[in-house]
Write a protein that binds this ligand. Structure first.
Ligand code: SF4
Length: 498
């Protein structure tokens, strides 16, 4: 339904002081209203008209429903809502919580979509030396956050095993004094994994993540590995790691290898097989990540890429399929949806760095290159790999923590990733739940500010929000129960260092 508000609303009857400031959008023929606190409600057109004309009276169900959701100005408990807002923006009190260490640029895979400036296995000169790694750990420990994660990335980070294992031991030692909630995560293709290395990772509580692009032919076509079958290696180790978690007595519904697919052109019509592959290998969550615009030659993008409309169609079908499986008793969630639903339904801020405002660049995450250079994020590093150092904020060998985190680049990134100051976002219905990534804007639109009117970032998020809101408006009891499961969060305390 398209609604022409000028036909149904008499402007001279609108009572601007009756309602709290709100945003609105038509979903399933109803008017979805949201406010900056993160509340939402669906209204019939007639209800919406009465609401903005201030015709609702205390005691009537619509008044009470909207008052409960902070849409009626006179009923808002300002102190309580300020506390709620501060809780959700709690991340602003802290420095970055994700510190990505690129331990090497070497890799033995030739994945077609790889963003990193990967080199051959002989290029040991691209490894992060232990001396640089220690300086990066020292820098990470200066974060003002009480908890943080050091994530090992590459290239293939296990190719520089000496530095990886040293960072774990060095970090644990430092933490005896610092007493932070420290955790380690490893993103690996498993090709260099051995039982001895796995013992070390399990013993030292290093969380393990990997890529799994779907069924064997699809995975191996994209993730090219000349020395073996990447799919068999990956799924074999997933099973082995999951068994080790089980042997430790960990809750296997919570502790599993985290696998991620990247969606390429060949994936689009194979959503059922991709989801089935994840379930077959014991995964409970799947993050249907769109191919990023970073790091490709135009010819590669032509081969692997697709339009945002293609992705959105894929996404809707895939999540519908995931919901059907859940209705049949299979517990599997889609992570993008779960993150958004946590914000909408559970009133939580999951601190997913791409979908918070201000965004995660620098104040949520930083990336450390093998030579000690520090970047605003993974994506900032990918832009650098393409020859543009705009997102470099310094080097651990030269800069102090204050130098890195208080410079003009950081301030510019903060402003550019605040959706209250972004034209388009400032009045968007999804502003309370959405976020921006200046690196994406820069890569796709040539400016860290971006233009949301023709941004594919915006289109993707707006459409997924629409999809979820359509579900919430229909409120199918089975789907609502599934969504409630997806928004029940449990901490993985096992991975926090003692
Ligand atoms: S990026 Fe798009 S969907 Fe997100 S808040 Fe901005 S305008 Fe809305």
């Amino acid at each position: 339904m398209s609604v022409s508000f000028s036909d149904v609303i008499e402007l001279d009857r609108v009572q601007p002081t009756f309602a709290m400031p709100f945003m609105h959008r038509v979903i399933n023929g109803k008017i979805l209203v949201t406010n900056d606190l993160g509340d939402y409600a669906f209204l019939e057109l007639e209800e919406f008209t009465r609401f903005i004309q201030g015709e609702l009276t205390p005691g009537e169900p619509l008044y009470e429903r909207l008052a409960e959701r902070n849409f009626i100005a006179e009923k808002v408990d300002v102190a309580a809502q300020a506390r709620r807002f501060a809780r959700k923006k709690g991340f602003l009190a802290y420095g970055p919580t994700l510190h990505a260490f690129v331990l090497t640029e070497r890799c033995n895979h030739g994945c077609q979509y790889c963003h990193s400036s990967v080199v051959g296995m002989g290029r040991m000169d691209t490894d992060m030396p232990i001396s640089t790694a220690e300086k990066a750990v020292d820098m990470a420990f200066q974060t003002t956050a009480p908890w943080f994660t050091i994530e090992f990335q590459g290239g293939e980070p296990t190719a520089n095993w000496d530095t990886l294992s040293h960072v774990v031991k060095y970090g644990q030692e430092k933490n005896k004094l610092a007493g932070k909630e420290l955790s380690f995560a490893l993103v690996t293709n498993f090709s260099l994994m051995t039982d001895e290395r796995l013992d070390f990772l399990i013993k030292n509580k290093v969380q393990i993540c990997c890529s799994l692009d779907g069924p064997e032919d699809l995975h191996n076509k994209i993730r090219i590995y000349k020395s073996g079958n990447s799919y068999e290696i990956t799924t074999g180790w997933i099973a082995k790691v999951n068994r080790r978690y089980e042997e430790l007595g960990l809750d296997t519904s919570l502790y599993r290898v985290e696998a991620l697919p990247t969606i390429t052109k060949d994936s689009l019509h194979r959503y059922e097989e991709i989801v089935d592959t994840y379930i077959r290998h014991g995964c409970r969550a799947i993050f249907l990540r769109k191919l990023d615009p970073f790091g490709f030659a135009a010819s590669t993008y032509k081969k692997l890429g697709y339009t945002m409309d293609d992705y959105i169609e894929f996404y809707r079908k895939a999540v519908d399929y995931i919901l059907e499986l859940n209705k049949q008793g299979v517990e599997v969630m889609e992570r993008h949806a779960a993150i958004m639903l946590n914000k909408i339904m559970a009133d939580e801020e999951p601190n997913y760095l791409d979908l918070r405002t201000p965004g995660g660049a620098v104040i949520g995450q930083v990336g450390y290159h093998p030579d000690g250079s520090v970047y605003s994020s993974d994506e900032g590093r990918f832009v650098a790999a393409m020859g543009d150092e705009i997102f470099k904020i310094g080097n651990v060998h030269e800069a102090s923590y204050t130098d890195l985190f208080t410079q003009d680049t950081v301030k510019a990134l903060l402003l550019a990733s605040t959706n209250q100051s972004q034209p388009g976002c400032d009045s968007c219905t999804y502003k309370p739940y959405c976020g921006l990534q200046p690196e994406y804007n820069y890569k796709t639109q040539g400016s860290i500010q971006g233009r949301m009117a023709d941004s594919t970032w915006c289109k993707k998020h707006k459409t997924i929000f629409d999809y979820l809101m359509e579900k919430l408006e229909r409120a199918d009891p089975e789907e609502m129960e599934i969504f409630r499961r997806w928004t029940t969060n449990r901490r993985q305390d096992h991975f926090v260092q003692e």
